[in-house]
Design a protein around this ligand. Sequence first.
Ligand SMILES: CCCCC/C=C/C(=O)SCCNC(=O)CCNC(=O)[C@H](O)C(C)(C)COP(=O)(O)OP(=O)(O)OC[C@H]1O[C@@H](n2cnc3c(N)ncnc32)[C@H](O)[C@@H]1OP(=O)(O)O
Length: 392
Amino acid sequence: MAGVTGRLVRGWCPRAVRSSLQVPAQLHMSKTAMGASQKDFESAMNQVKLLEKDPGNEVKLKLYALYKQATEGPCSTPKPGVFDLINKAKWDAWNALGNLPKETARQNYVDLVSGLSSSSDSSSQVKPEADREQAGYETLVMTSEDGITKIMLNRPTKMNALTTQMYQEIMLALEAASKDDSTITVLTGNGSYFSSGNDLTNFTHISPDEIEEKARRGAILLRDFVGCFIDFPKPLVAAVNGPAVGISVTILRLFDLVYASDRATFHTPFSHLGQTPEGCSSYTFPKLMGPGKAAEMLIFGKKLTAAEACAQGLVTEVFPDSTFQKEVWTRLKAYSKLPRNALRISKQMIRNHEKEKLHATNAEESRILQERWLSDECMNAIMNFLSRKAKM
Ligand SMILES: CCCCC/C=C/C(=O)SCCNC(=O)CCNC(=O)[C@H](O)C(C)(C)COP(=O)(O)OP(=O)(O)OC[C@H]1O[C@@H](n2cnc3c(N)ncnc32)[C@H](O)[C@@H]1OP(=O)(O)O
């Protein structure tokens, strides 16, 4: 739930966490019979300040809730309003702890911090994803080889959820790929997911008076992002290495080939999120699979397996996960040796039939989503997702 306590900490830094968790300095008591002593608790609070890596806002929310429970007991403050996203998430997290005894909360806090410290020690050998820049990209890895430009989404720990920065970097990468000397461009994901769609924390760093402007900018970003796929001039291939959610599913119809691992699934939970279809899917999906099947996916959020998506025409071919990478890249290397201009012209001939319709659909979908993002249905659904872990 990056963004909620993280908004507390706009741009992670331990000092900000300390203040966001409102940790008071004066807590000195002796060990209780219940486990963690006050000293352990204080020491855990100090460890939080020293964490080198942002533990993520889900964890920060959990820490906040446990801290409040341990020091003040069950939540009894009034629930913040729906637009006060940050305080509402904090309140939800604390309130979800119910009547958990103070001592248990203190022990849980200590255990949680201890797990964080050891995982941050063990992961310190691995370069964090945000540092792994290639050609100036922070959220992608872009490589060009054998006539193929590969754009790999690179936030594996967040299931390649698409942040605002990521949308922008993908647009830049597509622009660069459209001009380089490669024949084929491929989009794929690093890790177990292709992408979990829009990063729901994109909706959090917002104060009530910024909401409308943020929705307006979101709609422009969406329209520009999808527009890049509509206009992309070369053969574009999706190598769907794992589950795909939301916008990472809808844009697939704008690719020329979609190869999927048999582990991939295709899920568009728009209604569950109080949202509506994008990526031109309100036009392309009914056209592709018929209105009934499209409704199951886009209105009712039915998740398809790779085989089902292939049967509906959304996926071109499914490969066993164990041989997915080998088979896909072998196939694409062979295709990339075909005459480059012929491929490009053929792709454009196919696309040009419906380009205007796609742009008009994209503009309309973006306009409608801009309104949806301001709805209570949408806000509540996002807050539910963001606070669900704190309730565990
Ligand atoms: C401006 C353009 C807007 C375009 C409009 C686009 C709309 C859409 O794309 S709608 C679809 C939005 N996506 C979702 O609703 C998916 C939300 N995520 C999930 O349901 C689950 O995370 C999951 C099913 C994708 C994976 O579940 P699970 O295997 O249990 O893994 P975790 O939930 O623990 O995820 C690990 C880690 O990643 C964070 N995360 C995953 N997806 C998202 C996301 N879409 N937004 C924000 N964060 C996401 C998750 O919170 C976990 O983080 P930590 O707790 O910090 O480890």
